[in-house]
Write a protein that binds this ligand. Structure first.
Ligand code: A2P
Length: 361
């Protein structure tokens, strides 16, 4: 029997003044999230300032352990260090944390959830829930559809990622470089190791010993956890491109059983939150500029990959707004599921066993 959600419902956004935090506030407002009180937390830099939400002024508070007393759900986007320090403090005080950083994603006792892919994993949370990395997020709904119909053997994904993922400073830098180019001035790089304007950088986050970047390896490990396929073979090349908002991905999938492009399109179209845009003859395919501002995942250019035998290969193009579905919207959707299913309290307090190493399913 689902329990009724506690009333009143106090929700906090931690990192409220940041690019993703502001989008979280916007999404909470757009969705008319049923909070009775919204609290905004950030660092000492902005504590005491005021933000206007739905016509009401809210004073930004300093994020301290004590600040989480009385908060039911806290959505964090304030960097990994803040999450590592404050998420356990919040959970100890009875608050459930939906964390957008990478700090907790691969902890076996922390569910890593895409709202329409593995919402049942939320049942066993122990106070912290992780929101996946943006490049993993948009890949999951179409891959779930293929997993459920024909099984997945191997994924190769190459990303074309927008600068908004790096934060406001990267947006400003790209704008400055475009202006400098138009005016014949030298383009200056400070956020990235090279100029991003009119360029493509095969370098997102730090390089690991295996030659992949951390961003690429997140796609590998997070996909396996979300899809409940710990042995799934995945390879990724992540590229930063001079696009302001929305990540695009070229995806190549080897399936276990044969599938046609037509059937794949049907499966994608039937997946919640996915829209198929696939009419190349009329120049219709997903575009970053069109996806910006939407919570949907757009899929197109679906075709059979003839380099894989027996009709077990597909290639397609996936685009989504990295600030919305890739971060803020999915975090808010997770909070919605927690409220709807009465899962705000820890799984152990509701009699649900936490399975170390993954889902109890
Ligand atoms: P502040 O604006 O007060 O520094 P972005 O990724 O766009 O730079 O945003 C980061 C967000 O995380 C901001 O809201 C920032 O608040 C917040 N933040 C950074 N460090 C901390 C911290 N130690 N405690 C709480 N919030 C933090």
């Amino acid at each position: 029997m689902p329990e009724t959600s506690p009333k009143p419902l106090v929700v906090a956004v931690v990192g409220a003044t940041g690019a993703v935090g502001r989008t979280m506030i916007q999404v909470l407002t757009e969705k008319r999230f049923p909070y009775t009180e919204l609290r905004l937390l950030a660092s000492a830099r902005s504590a005491g300032t005021t933000m206007t939400v739905a016509g009401r002024d809210i004073t930004v508070e300093l994020a301290t352990p004590e600040a989480f007393e009385g908060i039911d759900i806290a959505i964090f986007s304030a960097g990994g260090g803040t999450s590592r320090e404050l998420a356990p403090e919040a959970a100890r005080r009875g608050c459930v944390v939906v964390d957008n950083s990478s700090a907790w994603r691969m902890d076996p006792d922390v569910p890593l959830v895409v709202s329409q892919v593995n919402p049942d994993d939320l049942a066993w949370h122990e106070g912290i829930i992780a929101n996946p990395n943006c490049s993993t997020m948009q890949l999951m709904p179409p891959l779930m559809a293929l997993r459920d119909e024909v099984g997945l053997e191997r994924i190769v994904v190459d990303t074309y990622q927008a600068v908004a993922g790096t934060g406001q400073k990267a947006i400003v830098e790209l704008e400055a470089q475009v202006k400098a180019h138009a005016e014949g001035r030298v383009k200056v790089a400070s956020v990235y190791p090279h100029v991003i304007g009119f360029n493509a950088l095969p370098h997102i986050d730090v390089f690991l010993d295996n030659g992949y970047t951390k961003e690429e390896w997140k796609v590998v490990t997070e996909s396996r956890k979300i899809l409940h396929l710990p042995e799934l073979r995945v390879s990724c090349t992540a590229v930063r491109v001079p696009v302001f908002v929305s990540h695009s991905e070229a995806v190549h999938v080897e399936t276990r059983d044969p599938i046609t492009a037509e059937r794949a399109r049907e499966l994608f179209a039937a997946t919640p939150g996915v829209v198929v845009q696939d009419d190349p003859a009329n120049n219709l395919y997903p575009l970053a500029m069109d996806a910006a501002g939407s919570d949907l995942v757009f899929v197109g250019r679906v075709r059979q990959d003839p380099s894989i035998p027996d009709d077990r290969g597909l290639a397609f193009w996936v685009v989504s707004d990295n600030l919305r579905k890739g971060a803020a919207s999915n975090a808010v959707e997770i909070a919605e599921v927690l409220v709807e299913r009465g899962w705000i309290r820890k799984g152990s307090e509701r009699g649900v066993a936490t399975a170390s190493g993954g889902s109890p399913a």
